[in-house]
Design a protein around this ligand. Structure first.
Ligand SMILES: [Zn+2]
Length: 503
């Protein structure tokens, strides 16, 4: 069955998309809650009502426990869900319990026969293994199963999803991704992040996603297994993952854990329920503690689902507004390991440029040294370089924020005329981009950079060196020179006042 993925908007590597499979469609980024094929603590109609367009279930468990019924009625009917159903193949069971007495073709044919819309071929997850040999072996086993399944079942209505393995070894992840692409898969799923998440190794998660993304086309949809952790959802979206399955909402609920956007809390240790979802509006922390344990678990699971749903919507809005970087950074402050992951993402700024718009409607926030590596600034640097051309013999460098836009150019040139000097090329000084032609002042993001960093003496010195290297005979620096340190002091507005002349 054909799959289509329409990318409607992008920011960093993240995208707003519409994924169409099996005659159904779902908006992305999309959280795909994991539901048990037999036991439903929350009725499936509730997921639909909450806005989840897709769910994931385990075809291996369905094969073991509901095989005949599933074959007779079909997966959508036995689950009572008319949205997209994605099926996992049993790889997770392999990770937990070792080898299964099932082959990729057996589970592949079953997934197809019960009407799975998106089916992952049987894989052997690498997990958290530090052994290169084991990572290579699991990647090869998963790849062989994937190739066999797609070759023999390509014509079925099910869309096959290729499982990327390789775990902590980026080169093996890359090889896995490229091989699956060559085998004809049109959607891939990145395996093994669950143990990384459980151990808060978020920076490794970033490396793994980056390795996969560098090996596949930008437009290809990518699923991330087991990634429903509020600390990493915006990060994974920013790195270009489109769908995420997670059982975290129910697993945390079983442990009495209450999700917030900045991590989980133990219900018993809480005083309030800091949320306004329908569950939290209708009950109090004490009510929850006193109620029957299975009812408490269901309510906690529902609350957790609302939190995840809200987080996905927040990611979509951030892409739409072009401020996904800010959302990732804000979330990274919730945990030191989150910050390490953000640093790792920032190191891959060149990759993030792919989906970053050149013009944005909102100001560009630069509040930390890492923000100076934002892809928006990288994009501007590339476009600015060819515009830095000398037209005259003299340059005037105006400190950033010293004057109102445009008027600056005219007034400084008038000052030159009064001094009976040649009209000079006027540059302004951006605290992070350095000198730029003053005519660009209204172009994003020169005057739309929001920061409390003032260009200081060192910035001016570097800018003058730059302009002299362009061949200017004299460089006149005008306006106040800032302290060069972060400060909340507002800049004073001043008229043209040549303050330093560099011969
Ligand atoms: Zn709530």
């Amino acid at each position: 069955m054909p799959i289509s993925f329409e990318v409607r908007d992008t920011d960093l590597m993240g995208r707003l998309g519409l994924l169409r499979v099996g005659g159904l469609s779902v908006e992305t980024p999309c959280l795909v809650p994991v539901v048990h094929p037999v036991v439903h603590d929350i009725p499936l109609s509730k997921y639909r009502e909450m806005g989840f367009g897709a769910v994931m279930t385990n075809s291996f468990i369905a094969y073991r426990r509901r095989k005949e019924e599933a074959l007779e009625k079909g997966l959508h009917n036995i689950l009572g869900f008319d949205g997209v159903i994605m099926t996992d193949s049993g790889g997770y069971q392999v990770l937990r319990y070792g080898k299964l007495d099932i082959t990729p073709m057996m589970i592949g044919e079953f997934q197809s026969a019960i009407g799975s819309d998106l089916a992952v071929t049987l894989d052997q997850p690498t997990g958290y293994s530090l052994s290169r040999e084991y990572a290579t072996e699991t990647m090869k086993v998963s790849l062989n199963g994937a190739r066999e399944t797609i070759e023999k079942l390509r014509g079925s209505r099910t869309t096959w999803v290729g499982p990327i393995q390789g775990g902590l070894f980026p080169d093996i992840v890359a090889r896995s991704s490229k091989s699956l692409l060559a085998a004809g898969f049109e959607m891939l799923a990145l395996g093994s992040p669950v143990e990384l998440m459980d151990n808060y190794r978020f920076a490794e998660l970033v490396k793994m996603i980056v390795a996969a993304k560098k090996s596949i086309p930008f437009s290809m949809p990518l699923h991330l297994f087991g990634a429903g952790h509020p600390l990493t959802l915006p990060l994974s979206v920013a790195l270009g993952c489109d769908t995420f399955d997670s059982a975290s909402y129910i697993l945390f609920a079983k442990q009495g854990r209450y999700m917030t956007e900045r991590g989980t809390l133990v219900l018993e240790q809480m005083t309030y329920l800091p949320c306004s979802c329908p569950v939290c509006n209708a009950t109090s922390k004490n009510d929850l503690i006193l109620m029957d344990s299975s009812e408490r678990m269901k309510r906690l699971a529902l609350h957790n689902l609302y939190i995840l749903r809200q987080d996905v919507l927040r990611c979509r809005e951030a892409i739409s507004e072009g401020r996904l970087w800010d959302l990732v950074e804000e979330r990274a402050t919730a945990h030191p390991r989150g910050w390490s992951a953000f640093e790792e993402m920032a190191r891959n700024s060149e990759l993030l440029v792919a989906g970053t718009r050149f013009m944005k409607e909102r100001g560009l926030m630069v509040r930390s040294p890492l923000d100076e590596g934002r892809p928006e600034l990288g994009l501007v640097r590339v476009h600015l370089a060819p515009l830095m051309k000398r037209r005259g013999r003299r340059a005037i460098l105006v400190r950033v924020g010293a004057e109102k836009p445009l008027r600056t150019v005219a007034s400084y040139q008038e000052a030159s005329r009064k001094q009976k000097e040649d009209v000079a090329d006027v540059y302004k000084l951006h605290p992070f981009l350095g000198p730029y032609p003053a005519e660009l002042e209204l172009v994003y993001p020169f005057s739309q950079t929001v920061t409390d960093h003032e260009a200081g003496q060192e910035d001016v010195r570097r800018a003058v060196t730059h302009l002299r290297a362009m061949g200017y005979e004299t460089v006149l620096v005008v306006g106040d020179v800032g302290s060069g340190v972060r400060s909340r002091r507002r800049s004073r507005s001043r008229g043209p006042s040549p303050s330093a002349r560099v011969p």
